[in-house]
Design a protein around this ligand. Structure first.
Ligand SMILES: NC(=O)c1ccc[n+]([C@@H]2O[C@H](COP(=O)([O-])OP(=O)(O)OC[C@H]3O[C@@H](n4cnc5c(N)ncnc54)[C@H](OP(=O)(O)O)[C@@H]3O)[C@@H](O)[C@H]2O)c1
Length: 324
């Protein structure tokens, strides 16, 4: 099969190599998927760059990318799935050497979820990390119907799904963005330019001084003070990144005196029951055509390095997806 791999950390253009590799074979309990689309997420880019603290190559050769979509073309022992079934893949390269940036991937059957008719492979390649992170951040701590949710960074891949899913779940959504164009991209009616306005004052104005029940945060370190001021007593802050400050000092007692739940989440580690609930909800929304996806076409396998560059630059609107 054709695949893209790296054998050392480094700049994308230097270390990502396109070539031929032996076809993987599905082991017991696995399916073999002909990958048609591979989503590039910031975590794939940071892993390849060796940006994780203390990072060591966990395998001699890594085929990157966790997310993808394609068709089942072979079954391992004990698996009864339909050949030709269209699927989306999660955790494709989580603690595994071979991800989705290849024509074929063998994954445990449960990591290949049926892709509803009407959802394309490129869209399917946005579900594993961006959509599932958004769903989990919103729903990990109980229902949100009738609640007010603040989504920090509503134009991000996760943030945009979070804005949509919060509204679909019956919540009022307020988001922060850095421009009117990004506000439009988020789809949220209530938005604040976090670079220009005082977010705490603006959200308090929008909520009649009540604050919000839940916060989905893309940068806990940068937003901790505002989150603390804005979250209602008993509320939840679900944060999936803290890029500006990887070890922020936590305001323990102020959070404690508001009885706040702080959820620092990682989508790779959802337990099976929660994941099944999330998949069922995504499937229902997809079948009903209720989710809008922001796909940034990234070219084919030969364009993997450029695609990593686009994700690292952070100026794209949506998920960069390779199609092949
Ligand atoms: N823990 C997990 O499971 C998990 C899952 C998915 C992603 N992540 C991580 O989350 C981060 C974002 O991923 P992504 O795919 O959503 O990236 P993305 O598409 O590049 O979006 C990031 C968004 O965050 C916004 N932003 C940055 N700082 C902000 C702040 N202080 N307040 C409000 N908004 C802010 C940016 O807005 P502007 O550009 O307009 O400033 C941008 O729209 C990455 O570090 C990624 O690795 C973690």
């Amino acid at each position: 099969m054709k695949a893209v791999w790296y054998e050392r950390f480094g700049p994308a253009a230097e270390v990502l190599t396109l070539g031929d590799m032996p076809d993987p074979a599905p082991g017991p309990g696995e399916v073999l998927v002909r990958v048609r689309a591979s989503g590039v997420n910031p975590s794939d880019v940071k892993l390849r760059a060796g940006a994780r603290p203390g990072a060591k190559m966990p395998f001699p050769r890594i085929v990157p990318h966790s997310d993808g979509a394609g068709e089942i073309v072979a079954l391992g022992k004990g698996v009864s799935r339909e050949l030709g079934e269209r699927v989306w893949i999660w955790n494709g390269q989580w603690q595994r050497a071979q991800g989705t940036c290849a024509e074929l991937i063998a994954v445990p059957s449960e990591q290949a979820v049926r892709l509803p008719d009407g959802t394309g492979f490129e869209e399917g390649a946005c579900l594993g990390i961006p959509a599932m992170t958004a769903w989990y951040a919103l729903h990990a701590d109980g229902p949100i119907a009738g609640r007010t949710v603040l989504v920090a960074g509503g134009a991000g891949t996760v943030g945009r799904y979070a804005c949509q899913m919060a509204a679909l779940s019956g919540a009022r959504v307020i988001t922060t963005v850095s421009s009117a164009q990004k506000a439009a991209h988020s789809g949220a009616k209530d938005w604040i330019n976090y670079r220009e306005a005082n977010v705490t004052e603006a959200v308090m104005d929008l909520t009649g001084g009540q604050g919000v029940d839940r916060i989905v945060d893309v940068d806990f370190g940068a937003n901790q003070a505002a989150d603390l001021a804005l979250v209602k007593s008993g509320g939840t802050i679900a944060s999936y990144a803290s890029a500006s400050d990887m070890a922020p000092t936590l305001q323990f007692y102020p959070f404690m005196f508001k009885n706040v739940t702080l959820k620092m989440l990682i989508v790779y580690l959802l337990d099976a029951e929660v994941r099944r609930r999330g998949e069922a909800q995504l499937t229902e929304w997809l079948q009903a055509g209720k989710l809008s996806h922001a796909v940034v076409p990234g070219g084919g396998l030969a364009d993997a390095a450029a695609a990593h560059g686009r994700v690292a630059a952070g100026d794209k609107l949506g998920t960069v997806v390779l199609s092949f």
